[in-house]
Design a protein around this ligand. Sequence first.
Ligand SMILES: Cc1cc2nc3c(=O)[nH]c(=O)nc-3n(C[C@H](O)[C@H](O)[C@H](O)COP(=O)(O)O)c2cc1C
Length: 193
Amino acid sequence: MQIPLPCYDDLTASLTEAWGRMARGVKDRRSPFHTPVLATIGPDGSPQARTLVLRAADPATRRLRFHTDWRSQKTLALSAHPRVAVHAYCPASKIQLRLLGTAVHHAPHTEIAREAYARSQEKSRICYAQKLAPGAQMSGPDEAGQIEGGEENFSVIEITIDQLEWLYLYAAGHRRAFYQWQGEALTATWRAP
Ligand SMILES: Cc1cc2nc3c(=O)[nH]c(=O)nc-3n(C[C@H](O)[C@H](O)[C@H](O)COP(=O)(O)O)c2cc1C
């Protein structure tokens, strides 16, 4: 049988492992933590889930960061319901992370959006230089068009996490841990898997 991760029976170490994997996922394009799912609540109350590239994960501030087009569905969803969920699963390590937090959506040309756009790669910028808004109806598959630049559509979603659930599947016994922050105070508990 495989040896479990050193954090297997350690609540504190499991949390450190969770943030470590997300932080590494930011840089490692092959990691499943590079592309988690962000779930929002639509204006009509329906759930909406989609894959996004994770741009930053900071355990000190408990913040995650994503980039998106300001014209997308997410803008309306986040303005109505800033509570969001993030999900990621790594089949190789058999670790699932489920996070809950509150999002702040930084509009194009705000300081945070400007700085992030300046640091972004040319190939990523193209996504924001689409003439039609993401989700706009088209009469053919190739009508989205391109504009110059794209910074006017570039926005940043910052999420402050207040709940994190760790699930580690392991043959000898799965491990599920739940972490909740109230302000800076952290409560950590094991849960039945
Ligand atoms: C691997 C992958 C990475 C993606 N990365 C992003 C991203 O970083 N930002 C983004 O806005 N959309 C990204 N998308 C597209 C979204 O999943 C989604 O289709 C788009 O943001 C529109 O979502 P919405 O209509 O719910 O706003 C990605 C999709 C995939 C499959």
